[in-house]
Design a protein around this ligand. Structure first.
Ligand code: SF4
Length: 330
């Protein structure tokens, strides 16, 4: 690993200042992704700004009935939080489906949001990868692309976003609290991650020195009947081929509230807005679930290795909604 400077700021102002003024600075939270990338020489910060001493490690009630989750809350602690388990079960399930117990004990909410893709070419310095080295090409386009995305992709990059947690947050309309040089602002999760376009190395809308300080969850009664279903190559410690975060309320056979987001199929957590539009107010039956799922996947751009994801995503959406339609019926 190449040498780097290490600073541990005492407060958030000092953290943002260090990240803005120190050359090539990176924030360090749990380190479960950054340290791996530094070992591989993919991330090469000149300065590591350790933010683990900052007071962002609690989950607090918001006046409107939502939750404010500090960016340094560990993934395992958030998954076990009783309020999350009862009010937003899809979020608890998504967290528990990710990584291993040891990694969840270290990984933070802020780091989970910002983790980099697991596209194998991104980690292989001998391969062409526009995300690692802008303008170098993309070996995944005609290479091993089984894990790659099918929605929102470009000719520059087809990497999938790896987070499970962020898929649930997308379905829950979460907002990201960011502290930057001009103060604190809130960014809707939908506007936090970028699609690759022709600049896949720019993955979020954060500015230099911006620090994620919290995630806010608005109240969502429908989320009490929700599920995160993840399909992967191994039963544990594997990234999603396809995942579905869904919440459903059914009254007298009609869908009266629905939330749907997809993982493993797009470069960012994918809110299935078209499927939600088709489902809301319609019958809660298998045919309607399938029509909505197929409409959401209609714009899929597949490659030889990942063409199976379209059918798998449709089947996973239908199965998840079918399950919820019996639990969420009033
Ligand atoms: Fe790199 Fe993206 Fe291509 Fe993977 S899909 S090799 S991350 S540019």
């Amino acid at each position: 690993m190449r040498p780097f400077a290490y600073v541990k700021p005492a407060d958030v102002e000092a953290a943002v200042h260090a990240a803005t003024t120190e050359p090539g600075a990176k924030f360090l939270g749990g380190g479960t992704n950054l340290v791996d990338l530094m070992r591989e020489g993919i991330e090469r910060p000149d300065t590591v700004v350790d933010v683990t001493g900052l007071p962002f490690d609690t989950v607090d009630e918001l006046p409107d009935g939502g939750l404010r989750i500090g960016a340094l809350v560990r993934n395992s602690a958030l998954a076990a939080d009783r309020r999350v388990r009862t009010r937003y079960p899809m979020l608890s399930q998504a967290l528990l489906s990710g990584a291993s117990g040891q990694l969840r004990n270290m990984a933070t909410v802020g780091g989970n949001l910002l983790q980099r893709t697991r596209c194998p070419y991104f980690y292989d310095a001998a391969s062409a990868c526009n995300k690692r080295e802008p303008g170098s090409g993309c070996d995944a386009l005609d290479g091993f692309n089984r894990s790659c995305a099918v929605l929102g992709v470009s000719e520059s990059c087809i990497a999938a976003h790896p987070s499970d947690m962020a898929v649930a947050l997308a379905a829950l309309d979460a907002a990201i609290e960011v502290r930057g040089v001009s103060g604190t602002r809130r960014v809707p999760l939908a506007a936090f991650h970028r699609l690759p376009g022709d600049t896949p190395h720019i993955e979020t809308t954060l500015n230099a020195g911006d620090l994620v300080t919290a995630v806010e969850l608005p109240p969502a009664p429908v989320a009490a009947t929700s599920r995160y279903r993840k399909v992967r190559d191994r039963a544990s410690y594997a990234f999603a081929l396809v995942s579905v975060a869904a919440a459903l309320e059914v009254r007298d056979g009609t869908v009266t509230a629905v939330r749907l987001a997809l993982g493993g199929v797009a470069p960012k957590p994918w809110r299935a807005a078209e499927a939600e539009r088709l489902l809301l107010g319609g019958p809660a039956d298998e045919a309607a679930f399938r029509r909505a799922a197929e409409a959401e996947l209609a714009s899929a751009a597949v490659r030889e290795g990942n063409a199976f994801k379209t059918r798998l995503a449709v089947a996973t959406i239908v199965a998840t909604l079918r399950e919820l339609s019996t639990e969420g019926a009033l």
